[in-house]
Design a protein around this ligand. Structure first.
Ligand code: ADP
Length: 711
C-alpha cells in the first residue's frame, strides 16, 4: 500500500470561542453578518439565528435536547431557540414528545436547555406553543379547545374536533400563556416566543377558517386579533423588561380561510408595540411544504418572497428562514435590510458550526443542508436525524461533536474501504480526522457517491448531490485518504491489498430478482436479466437500453425513488404507468408535500398512477396484477422497471468472512461492513453507520455499537 502524507490541518474546532474574536476574524465584507443586534433588552452577538424547531424529545430526554441546542451555540449561532414547549395539558399534539413547562416543577429541567445555550455566549429563546383546536390532548382525557368547533386543517396531524372556548376558557388560556412566560424567565431564557404560525392557537383566532365566533373575539380583523393582542399584553406584564418577546408569525396562511398577507401585515401593525422580534413563517400545517421548502420543490431563499414584506409593518428586527447556506445571499439579505437575522433550522442541523466556519472563511467545510427534510420527518419515526450530519441527536447520548474527533489508538493501521457511497465516504473522512494515516477508498465506478450519484441526477434532485460534494471536498482535502476510482475489487484483491482493517461498503442496489412484497417469493418473469425487465441502477448507471416506449414502474417502497424514476423516464420520452401494491402511492414521503407534487407532475405529463396493484407475473408484452378489490388485471407495456426491494450487496463481505485463514495470512486483522451493505437503509442511516464505525474503530468490538442510550 502506497505511503500517504499525513494531513496537518487543524480540523478540530475548540469548544470555547468568543463572539468578539469571531467578529474580529471575519473578513470585512462579512462584517454585516457579525454585527450585534438589540432584541428587546438583550443584545444578540451576531445575525445567525437558530430558530425553533422540534426535536421530538420530551422532558425525560432533556439532556439530549440541551446538548443538541448547546452545540448550536458552540457553533457560533448568536441566538439559539428551543423546539416547541408545551405549557398546558390542552396544548400539545402528542404526535411528538415536546418539552413541557406545565408548572414550576418543570423549571429546573427546562433551565438546563438555557444553561447549555448560554455556556457559549448565545441568547436563549424559548418557543411557547399551544395548538388549540389542532391539539390532541386525548391522553389527558380532554378534547381540544379552539375558537370554534372546527375540524383541523391538517387532519393527518389530528382529526379530533374539540370544544368551543368560552370567554372563561379564553381568560384561563391567556393566563396559562403568561404563567408559562414567567416560568421561562425563571428558567433563564432571554427571548420568549408566542407561536402564531403553523395553525397554532393564536393564528386560529386570526383565521376565519377556525374562527367562526360572533362575540368580540370573532368577525372583524380587529376582533380576531384581540386574542393575540391580549396574550402579548399579558406576557409583557408577566416578564417585565427582563425578556424579549418574539412572535413566530405566519405572514400568509396560503390556504382557504387563512390569513392573507394584507390582513397579516395589518395585524403586525396592531401588535408591533408589544413585540421585540418577528420570526416570519408561512403556511399552515396542511401546506407544511411551503414553510419546510423541500429542495425538490423550492430553491434557497424561496420564502423571502413573503418574509421580506414584514418590514412594511414593523420597525422591530425580523428573522426569516429559507434554507440559507449561500453566504452571498445571506449578506445580500442582511445588507439590503430584507431581514435582520439569518434564521435557520435545517442548515444549522446539517452544520451547527456554520457561523464559525463562515467567520473563518472556511466555506468549503460547511456541510450544506440538502433540503431532503429528513430531519423534520425522521422524528415521526422516533429519531432525530439528518442526511448530512450523523452526529445529530447523538450530542449527549454518544457524546459526539461534529467538529471534534479524538485520535484513534489504532490509527497507524492501513485501512481499505470498498465502496465510495455515502457510508464509505463518511467512514473514510471520520477515520482521517481520527488520525488514520493510510486510508484507501476504492470504488468500482469512476465517481464517488454510490447510489446518491444516480439519485441526485433524477429530475429536481440535484441539491441532494451536496451529500456527495461535501464528502468529496473532504476526501480531497484530507490527504491521508486516497480515492481509487474505477476498480471493482474481488476477495483475492482485497486480501492482497495490504490493508489490516477492511471495511466493506458495497451498498444495496434494487433487487434484480422481483421478490413479492408479501412472501418474498420470486414473481414469475420479473427477472432483470431479461431485456424487458430493468432496475434503476441497470438503467441509470449501467445504461441498459429500454426496449420500447411504454414502461411500467412497479414500486413497493412508496417513497420518493419510484416517483423520481418515473419522472426521469417521462423526461426521456417514455409513456409511464406507476403501479404499487400500496393504496397510496409515495405515502412515505407525503409529510413534506413532495410526493403530492410529484404525483401531480406525473399525471400532468400524461403518466398514470395505479395504486393497489400486486404484481403477479411479467411477460414480454406486459405485466399481470391482482387488484385488492377488483381481482386480476393486466397492463400492457414494453418494459417493467422493478423497485420491489433493495438487497445488500454483501457477497464480498461474506466471502472474506468465510476465508478466515486467508485473512490471517494476509494480516487482515479486522473486517467490517457498513451502510447499506449491512442492511438497506435510508441514506442518513447509511452515513450514520459509516460514521459510527469510524468513531468506535478502536473500541473492543467495533462491529457492535457501544452501549449508548444515556438519556
Ligand atoms: P451506501 O449507501 O451504503 O454508501 P451505495 O450503494 O451508495 O451504499 O454505495 C456503494 C458503492 O460501492 C457503489 O458506488 C458501488 O459501485 C461500490 N462497490 C460495490 N461493490 C464494489 C467492489 N467490489 N469494489 C469497489 N466498489 C464497489
Amino acid at each position: 500500500m502506497e505511503e500517504l502524507i499525513v494531513e496537518s490541518h487543524p480540523w478540530n474546532m475548540e469548544p470555547s470561542f468568543s463572539h468578539d474574536a469571531l467578529r474580529a476574524a471575519a473578513a470585512p465584507r462579512l462584517a454585516p453578518l457579525f454585527e450585534p443586534l438589540a432584541i428587546g433588552p438583550h443584545i444578540a452577538p451576531n445575525r445567525f439565528y437558530s430558530v425553533p424547531y422540534s426535536s421530538g424529545w420530551g422532558n425525560h430526554e432533556v439532556r439530549l435536547e440541551a446538548a443538541h441546542r448547546g452545540i448550536r451555540a458552540m457553533g457560533g449561532w448568536g441566538v439559539v431557540c428551543t423546539g416547541e414547549v408545551i405549557f398546558s395539558r390542552e396544548a400539545g399534539t402528542h404526535i411528538l414528545p415536546s418539552t413541557e413547562l406545565y408548572d414550576d416543577g418543570d423549571v429546573p429541567t427546562v433551565a438546563t436547555i438555557a444553561d447549555a445555550i448560554h455556556e457559549h455566549g448565545a441568547l436563549a429563546g424559548i418557543e411557547l406553543v399551544h395548538y388549540g383546536a389542532l391539539a390532541n390532548p386525548a391522553s389527558w382525557r380532554i378534547p381540544p379547545i379552539g375558537p370554534s368547533q372546527m375540524q383541523s386543517d391538517a387532519v393527518f396531524f389530528s382529526n379530533a374536533i374539540g370544544q368551543t372556548m368560552t370567554r372563561e376558557d379564553i381568560r384561563r388560556s391567556q393566563d396559562e400563556w403568561a404563567r408559562a412566560a414567567m416560568r421561562a424567565r425563571s428558567a433563564g431564557f432571554d427571548i420568549v416566543y408566542v407561536h402564531c404560525a403553523h395553525s397554532a392557537q393564536p393564528i386560529q383566532f386570526l383565521a376565519p377558517y377556525y374562527n367562526r365566533r360572533t362575540d368580540e373575539y370573532g368577525g372583524t380583523l380587529a376582533n380576531r386579533a384581540r386574542f393575540l393582542i391580549e396574550i402579548l399584553e399579558h406576557i409583557r406584564v408577566a416578564v417585565g423588561d427582563q425578556m424579549a418577546v418574539a412572535c413566530r408569525y405566519a405572514i400568509e396562511s396560503l390556504g382557504p380561510g387563512g390569513l392573507g398577507i394584507d390582513e397579516a401585515l395589518a395585524v403586525m401593525g396592531m401588535t408591533d408595540h408589544l413585540v421585540d422580534l418577528w420570526d416570519i413563517a408561512i403556511g399552515g400545517l396542511a401546506n407544511a411544504d411551503r414553510d419546510l421548502t423541500p429542495s425538490r420543490l423550492y430553491g434557497e431563499g424561496a420564502s423571502l418572497e413573503w418574509s421580506r414584506r414584514a418590514k412594511e409593518a414593523t420597525s422591530k428586527p425580523v428573522v426569516g428562514s429559507s434554507r440559507f447556506t449561500d453566504v452571498d445571499l445571506m449578506l445580500r439579505v442582511v445588507e439590503s435590510g430584507e431581514l435582520d437575522c439569518i434564521g435557520a433550522a435545517r442548515p444549522g442541523i446539517a452544520d451547527p458550526f456554520m457561523p464559525r466556519k463562515i467567520a473563518a472563511g472556511e466555506f468549503g467545510r460547511i456541510r450544506e443542508c440538502i433540503g431532503s427534510n429528513r430531519c423534520a420527518f425522521s422524528q415521526m419515526q422516533g429519531i432525530m436525524s439528518c442526511s448530512q450530519n450523523a452526529t445529530v441527536g447523538e450530542e449527549y447520548r454518544r457524546g459526539w461533536n461534529p467538529e471534534q474527533f479524538t485520535p484513534a489508538s489504532n490509527a497507524g493501521e492501513p485501512v481499505l474501504i470498498i465502496g465510495a457511497g455515502p457510508a464509505g465516504m463518511e467512514c473514510a473522512t471520520v477515520l482521517a480526522r481520527r488520525g488514520f494515516e493510510q486510508i484507501h477508498l476504492v470504488e468500482a465506478e469512476r465517481r464517488m457517491g454510490g447510489h446518491m450519484g444516480w439519485f441526485s441526477s433524477l429530475p429536481g434532485f440535484n441539491p441532494w448531490g451536496r451529500l456527495i460534494e461535501h464528502r468529496e471536498w473532504l476526501v480531497n482535502h484530507l490527504r491521508s485518504i486516497q480515492f481509487v476510482p474505477g476498480k471493482r475489487l474481488d476477495a483475492d484483491q482485497v486480501l492482497d491489498y495490504g490493508a489490516s482493517i477492511v471495511i466493506v461498503a458495497t451498498g444495496a442496489p434494487w433487487s434484480t430478482m422481483g421478490e413479492s412484497i408479501f412472501d418474498n417469493s420470486l414473481i414469475p418473469g420479473a427477472d432483470a436479466s431479461m431485456p424487458n425487465v430493468l432496475t434503476p441502477e441497470q438503467t441509470l448507471l449501467a445504461g441498459k437500453q429500454i426496449p420500447g416506449r411504454r414502461v411500467l414502474v412497479y414500486d413497493c417502497e412508496a417513497d420518493l425513488t419510484a416517483l423520481a424514476v418515473t419522472q426521469h423516464l417521462q423526461a426521456q420520452g417514455h409513456d409511464v404507468e406507476l403501479a404499487s401494491p400500496h393504496a397510496d402511492i409515495g405515502f412515505r414521503a407525503h409529510q413534506d408535500g413532495v410526493s403530492f407534487a410529484l404525483r401531480a407532475e406525473i399525471l400532468a405529463a400524461g403518466g398514470k398512477l395505479r395504486p393497489g396493484l400486486v404484481l403477479t407475473a411479467v411477460d414480454t408484452a406486459g405485466a399481470q396484477f391482482v387488484d385488492a378489490s377488483l381481482g386480476e388485471t393486466r397492463i400492457d407495456c414494453d418494459a417493467v422497471m422493478l423497485l420491489t426491494r433493495r438487497r445488500s450487496d454483501d457477497a464480498l463481505y461474506l466471502e472474506l468472512l468465510d476465508r478466515e485463514a486467508d485473512r490471517r495470512s494476509a494480516a487482515v486483522t479486522a473486517l467490517y461492513r457498513i451502510g447499506d451493505c449491512l442492511a438497506p437503509q435510508n441514506h442518513s442511516e447509511a452515513v450514520f453507520s459509516g460514521h459510527r464505525l469510524a468513531r468506535e474503530i478502536d473500541s473492543t468490538d467495533p462491529a457492535v455499537p457501544l452501549p449508548a442510550p444515556r438519556a
